[in-house]
Design a protein around this ligand. Sequence first.
Ligand code: COA
Length: 375
Amino acid sequence: MSHAVITGTGLFTPPDGVTNEELVASLSKANERWNAEHREQIESGEVAERDMPSERFIVKASGVGHRYVMDKSGVLDPDRLCPRLPLRSEDELSIQAEICVTAAEEALAQAGRTGADVDAIIVGCSNLQRAYPAVAIEVQQAIGAGGFAYDMNVACSSATFAIQNAVDAIRSGSARCALVLNPEITSGHNNFELREFHFIFGDACTAVVLEPEEDALEGESWEILGTRLATKFSNNIRNDAGFLNRSEDGVRDPHELVFRQNGRKVFKDVCPMVAKHIRSHLKDLGVPLESVKRMWLHQANLGMNKLIAKTLLGREVEPEEAPVILDEYANTSSAGSVIAFHKHRDGIAAGEHAVLCSFGAGYSVGSVILRKRSD
Ligand code: COA
């Protein structure tokens, strides 16, 4: 069985950036209007007044300072509060495939490969723009890859779950050059109308190239010592948008058809689950905690990441040990931990260990234990 190594990573960052200040200004305007329009129902107690958002709360509660989105004008328009994405014809590359191709090109260039070398593509993300044909198959055609391609969804954990599938394919010999892609257009499923959710997410797409150790060309590469996935059902993070919506007999709150969560409960349930998961994974692989030089954790909340790292190591961690990208990117769902890996992996010597870990809805947790192979 071949050992799988990561030979390249890539990142697509949308050109439109949105600050907390801009987001708060737009939602405040929208809330003032909503409250004025619903004055009578608010006074009769039928509906609750919408409270104003605050920049101070956002930074303090989450560590999010800014995010990138596919369309800033729609997101900040108080009458719309969601991106404005022009409809594309069937002959054009779809938007998720397009951002996948950009991220894939960077990752393949880093690996010294081209699309023609790829024989497996897995697109994993929280929301796919259509049921079929798979976005991954569209990407396969666009980059001239062979083999097979498919889409999958394990919400924020989609990257590590897809990496495990790619590793399994390489180990078993069913693929020799796999591409894992995470096109997260979170602005399409975020709830920009409610202050408890409007600041959470940002858009991005990541790419990871995986190959058998013996095929890796010269240059930086990361040996995958092991992958481990775990799930446990919870309703605390949920999005009910789906193909049965139009057939459902009953009245749904439209806020159920976008992201929603009970953030406090998620924080309390998921932190210990993740720390325990990583600890047992390292132990079973015989990797001492002290030899872990970096942790690229899922980027949902700064406090969560600090707590997980502290629980694991038994001490406060230095910022460079568990890099944070929330200040610039916000929560980019499955792309978050891979963005941290892509941007913050300098200063690790060959032979040193690191952990890539994502977690989120499901609940789900995935860890990938890495050893730097070469510079
Ligand atoms: N501006 C001002 N006030 C806000 C606000 C905003 N944008 N959003 C919420 N508040 C208010 C709430 O209404 C609440 O008011 P109340 O006390 O009068 O009821 C108060 O601030 C505290 O809200 P709460 O939701 O309990 O805050 P929190 O400390 O739990 O932080 C999250 C919220 C989302 C940042 C936090 O729970 C979190 O990050 N959880 C991790 C889970 C996660 O992000 N998962 C994503 C998928 S992995």
